[in-house]
Design a protein around this ligand. Structure first.
Ligand code: NAP
Length: 345
């Protein structure tokens, strides 16, 4: 193993001091630069992973710009999630047992991330993969699938069969729609492109509404009257989201788990929180990981892996880029709809 490795290295430290008008990534250079880092050594109960493929999630886009819920460390490699081979153990039975295994993993806190040739993971949080799982699915096996399953659990526990979800054509929403339809739940997906209506209906959405359509408000009211959803899973959090929440019935829950739009929503009828027992809350996988019993987490991880292995879930791929290509092409590839971009260090 050489002493140094290629990585996309964070240029900023901590959090951004100002929120930009548009959070979509416009250029890489202000936030990450291609460079060399020392190959990291795993600590006890950790492993070093030779990264095969790394995800580029909206959380990565926000993180490198200093807009995510965790501070940046200048000089460290970016990238939360990936798949690769375990090539070194820092000691401990779980870590030693992973040597030579292909694992899905999230980079350990403070360690070089997955946008580099090697990363470090806590052994307990690595998922050894069976051969039937493609690298493209393994690289996105944790963040979106576990969030989709955890939020589907919120829907199930709440009781109503119908639920609303924004950013309906996101990878996460597609996983959620597929899993929910299999159990006869009725997802009501909101998108902003007509071309996404048909594919999401085929996947199992009971209704797909385009928020850009002239008669969106009328269509939404009709669907809400018919389906009576209680939970709104929202990754956009803009004024359309606030209107959807306002139009929903008694005891509606607005669960915000992403902020894809920079628009600050205005709550149109705050009295609904008092008189209609409506609620606004957040969901963050990091908190779910901390608060959920180990057996429930294991069950969710196994469910995600078997869904990918069986083909019930499949990650749509827009592009696979080298670290060099990422510096020039990543913003443009991320701007394309309907698939994920991966990095191959
Ligand atoms: N809270 C958590 O723990 C957690 C965990 C995982 C993911 N997430 C969040 O889940 C969301 C989806 O993640 P993903 O990886 O599945 O995303 P993705 O596949 O990259 O898709 C992003 C989707 O968001 C839509 N979108 C982007 N900007 C929008 C805007 N201004 N208005 C309306 N729609 C917009 C896009 O619509 P078009 O197709 O029209 O371009 C696209 O369908 C992200 O917000 C992510 O941060 C949260």
């Amino acid at each position: 193993m050489p002493d140094t490795m290629k990585a996309l290295i964070l240029q900023g430290d901590g959090y951004a001091t100002e929120r930009p008008e548009d959070t979509a990534l416009a250029a890489m250079e202000p936030f990450v630069q291609l460079g060399q880092l020392a190959v990291p050594e795993p600590g006890e109960d950790q492993v070093r992973v030779r990264v095969a493929l790394a995800s580029v999630n909206p959380s990565d886009e926000m993180f490198i710009q200093g807009l995510y819920g965790q501070p940046r460390i200048r000089g460290n490699a970016a990238g939360f999630e990936g798949v690769g081979m375990v090539v070194a153990s820092g000691g401990g039975p779980v870590a030693d047992g992973l040597l030579g295994r292909r694992v899905a993993f999230v980079a350990a806190a403070g360690a070089p991330g997955t946008w580099s040739e090697c990363s470090i993971a806590d052994a307990a949080l690595c998922i050894p993969l069976i051969d039937d799982v493609r690298d493209e699915d393994g690289a996105g096996m944790i963040v979106n699938p576990l969030t989709a399953l955890a939020m589907f659990d919120i829907v199930k526990k709440d009781g109503a069969k119908a639920f609303v979800l924004s950013a309906g054509a996101s990878q996460l929403s597609k996983l959620l729609i597929g899993a929910a339809a299999e159990e006869d739940y009725r997802p009501i997906a909101i998108v902003r492109r007509d071309s996404q209506v048909g594919p999401l209906e085929s996947l199992g959405a009971a209704h797909v509404l385009n928020s850009e359509a002239d008669d969106f408000d009328r269509q939404l009211s009709a669907v809400l009257r018919e389906e009576k959803p209680r939970v709104f899973l929202d990754a956009v959090a803009n004024q359309v989201s606030a209107s959807v929440f306002t139009a929903m019935g008694r005891r509606a829950r607005w669960v915000i788990y992403g902020k894809l739009d920079t628009e600050a929503p205005t709550l149109l009828e705050p009295g609904q929180l008092i008189f209609m027992m409506k609620q606004i809350e957040g969901f963050w996988l990091v908190r779910w990981m901390q608060e959920t019993a180990a057996a429930d987490k294991r069950a969710a991880i196994e469910a995600a892996q078997s869904r990918f292995a069986s083909g019930a879930w499949r990650t749509d791929v827009t592009a696979v880029l080298s670290l060099e290509e990422a510096m020039t092409h990543l913003p443009a590839e991320l701007a394309k709809p309907n698939g994920k971009v991966f990095l191959k260090p």
